[in-house]
Design a protein around this ligand. Structure first.
Ligand SMILES: Cc1cc2nc3c(=O)[nH]c(=O)nc-3n(C[C@H](O)[C@H](O)[C@H](O)COP(=O)(O)O)c2cc1C
Length: 175
């Protein structure tokens, strides 16, 4: 287990994965992280679909024109869904669950990448959300935010350098 600062520095988007599977214990830890995430008014508006089947992962990777290829090579993907009728801030609720999945994965030494689905299109102009919804039988009313790909890292990325942090983004007392 890394300390939080190291974890935050080391988490990078990993898009290439080895053939090694993720252990069921690790999958459980990752899903627990999502299920423990905070939601506004404790709405618990999120739901998650876990995909491990390689053929399904390949099909899912066509959910948008660009930027979804890592899904095909991932060992596991978690589709992040939320029910807007349960929370008016479902995007925030679901985003927090998604990033906690990524941080838990990093803490287990695994790589992950956020694949944006909401507001994105497939190659032939269909909404990426509808593509995912139809493919996975997700009921209408549930929104698809993103897909988090997971696997053992097969690429190296430099940790974030805190000296390069953009301190000019921080405003003290007023803009
Ligand atoms: C909201 C959001 C959407 C993203 N969408 C994609 C995506 O569709 N495909 C992808 O490969 N990476 C995606 N990323 C990953 C970003 O490209 C990545 O976080 C950014 O380039 C910084 O790199 P780092 O994560 O290694 O620090 C997304 C990240 C966020 C936060």
């Amino acid at each position: 287990m890394e300390n939080l600062k190291e974890l935050l520095k080391n988490r990078r988007s990993i898009r290439k994965y080895t053939e090694d599977s993720i252990s069921p214990e690790n999958v459980k830890e990752i899903l627990e992280a999502a299920l423990m995430s905070p939601t506004s008014k404790r709405s618990l508006c999120w739901e998650f679909v876990v995909i491990e089947n390689p053929e399904q992962l390949e099909k899912l990777s066509h959910c948008k024109a660009q930027g979804a290829k890592p899904i095909a090579g991932a060992k596991l993907a978690i589709v992040i869904l939320a029910d807007p009728s349960k929370s008016d801030v479902w995007i925030e609720d679901a985003s927090i669950a998604a990033i906690l999945i990524q941080l838990q994965a990093e803490d287990l030494g695994l790589g992950s990448c956020w694949i944006q689905i909401r507001n994105r299109l497939t190659e032939n102009g269909q909404s990426a959300e509808d593509y995912v919804r139809e493919m996975l039988g997700i009921p209408y009313g549930m929104e698809v935010l993103s897909i988090i790909t997971l696997g053992h890292k097969n690429e190296e990325k430099k940790p974030f350098d805190p000296d390069k942090a953009q301190w000019e983004k921080v405003h003290i007392e007023h803009w």
